[in-house]
Design a protein around this ligand. Sequence first.
Ligand SMILES: [Zn+2]
Length: 378
Amino acid sequence: MFTHRDLAWFRCQLTENQTKDLLNSDLIILENIVFQTSIAGSLPKPAWLSETQKLWPQWKAEGDELLQAKADATLLWLKVQEDAGLDIVGDGEQSRQHFVHGFLEQVEGIDFEHKVTMGIRNNRYDAQVPQVIAPLRLKGRVHAFEAQLARAHTKKKLKFTLPGPLTIVDTVADRYYGSKVDMAMAFAELLNQEALALQADGVDIIQFDEPAFNVYMQDAANWGVKALEIAARGLTCTTAVHICYGYGIKANTDWKETLGGEWRQYAEIFPALAKSSIQQVSLECYHSHVPPDLMALLEGKDVMVGVIDVASDEVETPEQVADTIGKALQFVPKNRLIACTNCGLAPMSREIAVKKLQALADGAALARQRYGSAGAAA
Ligand SMILES: [Zn+2]
């Protein structure tokens, strides 16, 4: 049986103390930077790893060869993010087929053999989903390989994403728990187990992705945030949640057309999040119809403001990015604003994604010139 340990040659040769020294020196510099930059999470997969521009792409290899290809793609994107000048980097979710099902594959109690078609995100689109048929338990580590690989190869702040409990329960069929809340809490415990292990791997920020919060606002406020806090229980690294209006696929852009001139979903969720222990919130801003003043509801949180549109192939100019940061500054203190993408870039063309990462970094640099350093008045 093949194990991740077989690829030990990927591990970098630094001693633990050398790694800590490097990380500390980098973090000290970061403290002084306003408008740090980060992606929401996913990046396009290279054509040699999987099908491209798809949400559920088929892998191009299997076994050791696939693992090697995932590792290569992870290293490639770390390099691209660093070259662009991003302050916080991630693995680009190169090792998972889909942001929810990547986690579920390591969960016992789920039948992946017999997937069923289910309308997800309140029937916005149909997906082939696995079924929960027995009590849920982790088979082992889920993301150790890519998290440890990324940590060994970057000195930048490392963010790692996991699906949130509410979004997971909206992406599987329940044949066992009989209650959405009970199943979400069971998933939250598993997420917590993996999150603690990711923290031990050296991840600096753990982000839970909850696009379903924007669809089931009442559930989100009533128990979704509580489930998130269970998933984040005991973490001493930074914790974050990403809430968006989805990838730039047709089903989502069609749905957005129905949401009217003002998207006020965040207004129902943010007050509960503001009271929670989650430290950072990632939201959509640029080209969305979210009233920017809703960001003021997140007082006390770091806000990852979406300054890059993932539903358009048009690459933002640094001026456009800096303008969006300027607008958000009316409602978010300077030292709490992180410039981010609206959502993941997974279904985009690789070439455009690279240009968008550069626009993100260049725009944040321009915003620093325009709006001053951390020490200046907000
Ligand atoms: Zn998203």
